[in-house]
Design a protein around this ligand. Structure first.
Ligand code: 5GP
Length: 180
C-alpha cells in the first residue's frame, strides 16, 4: 500500500501499518480469551467503522461467543440537547449477557456515552468496550475502555474501516491526515 494518498481534497500519510494492526488485535483477543474463558460473551459491533476490526478480532477469539451488528442513528431529542445517537438493529436479547462493544475509534467519548445507557437499559450482566483506536487528547466524556488497540494523537485518520466522506474504509493500513 502507498505511503501517501489523496482522498478527495485531503492528503494522508501512512500511520499504522497492517502488521502492527494485526499484532494489536491478537493482543486484545488474547485478553478477551483469558478474561471471558468461562463465559459466552456477545460482541456488539458498531457499524460501519468497526467492521474490519470486528472481523479480524473475532477470527482470533477462541471462546464460544455471539455477534450482533448495530448501527447508530443521529437525531435531535430537543432543540437544546444537540444530536443524540440512538442504537438501532439490536436483535439479540441482551439480558444477563456479557457484552463486549466493538468500536473503531473513541474520540470525544460522546458516542460511547450515548450508547452505554441504551445497552444498560436492556439488563446485560456486564458491558466492556473494545476499541481499536483511542484519542486521549480529545476526550470530553469519561469512558472506561477495557481493550484498546492504539492510543493516537488528535488527528483525523482513515483506513481499516474508517472513512473520509465514504471513502477509505477498504484500506488495510491506517492513514493520518497530513499537512500538505
Ligand atoms: P466520539 O463520539 O468519541 O467523538 O467519536 C466517535 C465516532 O466519530 C467514531 O465512531 C467515528 O465514526 C468518528 N470519528 C472520530 N474520530 C475519527 C477519525 O479520526 N476518523 C474517522 N474516519 N472517524 C472518526
Amino acid at each position: 500500500m502507498p505511503e501517501e494518498l489523496k482522498i478527495k481534497d485531503l492528503h494522508f500519510s501512512k500511520f499504522i501499518n497492517s502488521d502492527k494492526i494485526q499484532t494489536a488485535i491478537k493482543e486484545i483477543a488474547y485478553l478477551i480469551n483469558r478474561d471471558y474463558k468461562d463465559k459466552n460473551p456477545l460482541f456488539l459491533v458498531i457499524l460501519n467503522g468497526a467492521f474490519m476490526f470486528a472481523s479480524d478480532l473475532l477470527k482470533c477469539v477462541e471462546i464460544p461467543c455471539e455477534v450482533s451488528f448495530v448501527k447508530l442513528k443521529s437525531y435531535h431529542k430537543t432543540e437544546s440537547s444537540g444530536v443524540i445517537k440512538k442504537l438501532i438493529g439490536i436483535e439479540h436479547d441482551l439480558s444477563n449477557k456479557d457484552i463486549i462493544i466493538v468500536e473503531d475509534i473513541v474520540d470525544s467519548g460522546r458516542t460511547i456515552n450515548d450508547v452505554l445507557p441504551q445497552i444498560n437499559s436492556l439488563n446485560p450482566k456486564s458491558i466492556k468496550i473494545a476499541t481499536l483506536l483511542y484519542k486521549p487528547m480529545s476526550i470530553e466524556h469519561e469512558v472506561d475502555l477495557a481493550f484498546i488497540g492504539f492510543e493516537i494523537p488528535d488527528a483525523f485518520v482513515v483506513g481499516y474501516g474508517l472513512d473520509y466522506d465514504g471513502l477509505g474504509r477498504n484500506l488495510q493500513d491506517i492513514y493520518q491526515l497530513s499537512e500538505k
